[in-house]
Design a protein around this ligand. Sequence first.
Ligand SMILES: [Fe+2]
Ligand SMILES: [Fe+2]
Length: 330
Amino acid sequence: MANNKVLLVDDEEQILLSFQRRLKKQFNLDIATSGKQGLEKLDSEGPYAVVVSDYRMPEMDGVHFLKTVKQNHPDVVRIMLTGFADIHTATKAVNQGQVFRFLTKPCPPRDMAEALEQSIRYHNFIISEREVIDLKRWRKSLEQMVAALARLVESRDAYTAGHQQRVALLSVAIGRAMGLEEQTIDTVRLAATIHDIGKVYVPLEFLTKPGSLSPLELDVIHTHPQVGYEILKPIEFESPISRIVLEHHERLDGSGYPQGLIGSEILVESKIITVADVVEAMCSHRPYRPSRGVNKALGEIEQKKGVCYDPEIVDICLELFRKNNFNFQI
Ligand SMILES: [Fe+2]
Ligand SMILES: [Fe+2]
C-alpha cells in the first residue's frame, strides 16, 4: 500500500497541533518540535513519505535539518515552510535540490493538503522507480550466477564446454522467430544456459567415454535432468527454470525421460530447448564420435517431427538454418 506518512516539524507547537487537527483525516500526520526530535522520529518511526519543516527554528534551522534528512533518508520528500522574509533562502534550497517545494507562512490547511498530496505522489513514484532498478539489478545478478553455474558444469568436460551457451543461442533464436514475449525468451535463455547442470553428479568417465555406454552408465547419465531440477528447485526464480531443466529430455510421444511426459504436459520453453539441444549435440564433436554435421542434425529433427519434437519448433529451427544461415558462433 502507498505510504502516506507525514512528519511536520516546527518549534511552534500550536501550528503543528492545528495542522494535525485539520488534516488528520487525509494524512497520517506525526509532529516534532525541533530538528533533533524530527531526526530521531525519522530514524525510529519511519519510513515517512514526506517531511515538512519550518525554516526558522532554534538550534537547527530548517535548511540544516532538511539537508540532514536528504543525506540520511533520501527517499523522503522534503517541504520547507517559511516566512516572506526568508523567501530568498527557500528558493535557494529548492534550487540546490534540498527541498521539493516551499510554502509560505501562514499556510492555509488547503494549500498544505495540496502540497502533501503532490509530495506523496512524488515519493511513491521514487519508490516504484527504485523497485524497477532493484529488479533489474537482481535479474543481472541472477544471470551472472547462472552463467557461473554453467561454467562450473562445463569446466569438468572440455568436449561439452560451450554446449549450454550454444543451445541457449539457438533456443533464443527459435523463441524470437516464434514471436514469444521477451520475458519468455529470457526464461528460455536462462534455462538453456544451465539445462545440463545435473551432469555435475555424473562421473566424468561416463561423460567422456569413447565408445558406447553400458545400460548402467546410461541410467546414471539419465538422472541429470532430475538432479538439475533438485539443485535449482530451492532457488526462487520468477519463471519455471527448474521445471524446464527437468523436462529438457522429454519427447512428445512419451518416449523421453525422466517422467515420460506427453505433448501438452511439456512446457513450450522445454520443447524449444529439447530441439536446440539435439541439434547442437549432433553438430558438435564428442569423444565417442565426430560431429555428424548440420545436415544430419536437421534430418534427425525433421524425421521425428510431430513424434518426438514439436512440429512448429522443428519448422522454425529448419528455417533458421536453411534460410537464415543460423550458426552457433558465440
Ligand atoms: Fe541434457
Ligand atoms: Fe544438453
